[in-house]
Design a protein around this ligand. Structure first.
Ligand code: FAD
Length: 278
């Protein structure tokens, strides 16, 4: 099938883009890399009257290696994340996770902003942002607000973005030098969306652990009970592995029943914790 007709707008600046969205946000859509939106249009699952192509907004393509944080522009592509030294140094988790997103062709067009705004519950980057305590910058003609990742994801394909808002950047607080960051997932084939995945971020000796899961709920989630059990307590590893499966409540799915996903998550946590053994 072919996409329905739409008007095509191409702002040169963020101010222009925000102005267009304030006028057309309800019946228009932003297009970034197009790797999720174009298939939706072609299958006629979406039919916005206008596409607002933000691809020329250079300010959204930057990675700022700041003091105490790294800020990643919404138009930074998956392949840019994978090749950025600043990202690799501070957030090896992201580089590990990006390797699981689709295939090189998709990674060369898809953007972090598009992935987060799409809010697919099985997307890798959403879970990484939860684990890394990211904040999202949302901008509109009404101003800018910062939303924590934990408040950004509102449900399946739903976020805190209002129709007139653009996700402009993601800010990640730096971790300590001994930060542990491990990503793992299981997919049917390499490049498919994950059936389940896990991102662990912790300080030395499992201090302040953050365990984010993808593919097991209507949005990326934190396994908070397991986090509390594991904090400074690697001796509780076996209990934690059991608990994490019980903590989630995956939806019925004929291909992958809830019990299967529970077991997958336990296996992912076991593998992850084994990587930390001396
Ligand atoms: C074959 C295939 C396999 C894939 N496999 C995976 C996978 O394994 N894991 C995974 O995570 N993803 C996967 N994807 C999706 C891919 O990562 C997309 O690139 C990503 O989800 C969307 O990024 P985009 O820049 O292409 O966004 P677009 O397709 O341009 O936009 C997606 C949505 O986000 C909105 N949007 C985009 N940018 C912004 C912004 N800055 N502010 C507000 N709204 C915005 C758009 O309006 C649209 O609703 C796959 C895609 C394909 C085609």
């Amino acid at each position: 099938m072919k996409a329905p007709d739409f008007d095509y707008l191409r702002p040169e600046t963020l101010a222009e883009a925000m102005d267009m969205l304030s006028r057309h946000g309800e019946d228009g859509a932003i297009i970034a890399g197009g790797q999720s939106l174009l298939p939706l249009l072609n299958f006629r699952l979406a039919g916005p009257e206008r596409l607002i192509d933000i691809g020329r907004l250079a300010a959204l393509k930057q990675i700022v290696d700041g003091d105490g944080f790294v800020e990643i522009g919404a138009l930074v592509r998956h392949c840019d994340l994978a090749s950025s030294e600043a990202v690799a140094r501070a957030f090896p988790l992201l580089r590990q996770a990006v390797g699981h997103i689709a295939h090189p062709a998709v990674r060369h067009r898809g953007t972090i902003g598009g992935s987060l705004a799409m809010a697919d519950p099985a997307a890798e980057l959403g879970a990484c942002c939860l684990a890394l305590e990211a904040e999202m910058s949302l901008q509109s003609v009404r101003g800018q607000r910062w939303v924590r990742a934990v408040d950004f994801f509102a449900g399946i394909y739903e976020t805190a973005l209002a129709p007139d808002e653009i996700l402009t950047a993601v800010r990640l607080p730096r971790r300590g030098p001994d930060s542990v960051q491990i990503f793992s997932e299981v997919a049917r084939r390499r490049g498919d969306f994950a059936i389940a995945g896990l991102a662990l971020v912790a300080d030395n000796h499992m201090a302040n652990p953050r365990l984010a899961l993808l593919g097991v709920a209507d949005r990326p989630i934190l396994a908070e009970k397991t986090m509390a059990l594991l904090a400074n307590n690697m001796a509780a590893a076996d209990q934690a592995i059991e608990l994490i499966g019980n903590e989630i409540d995956p939806a019925e799915d004929p291909a992958y029943p809830p019990a299967y996903r529970r077991q997958l998550v336990r296996t992912l946590l076991r593998r992850t914790l084994m990587e930390l053994l001396p």
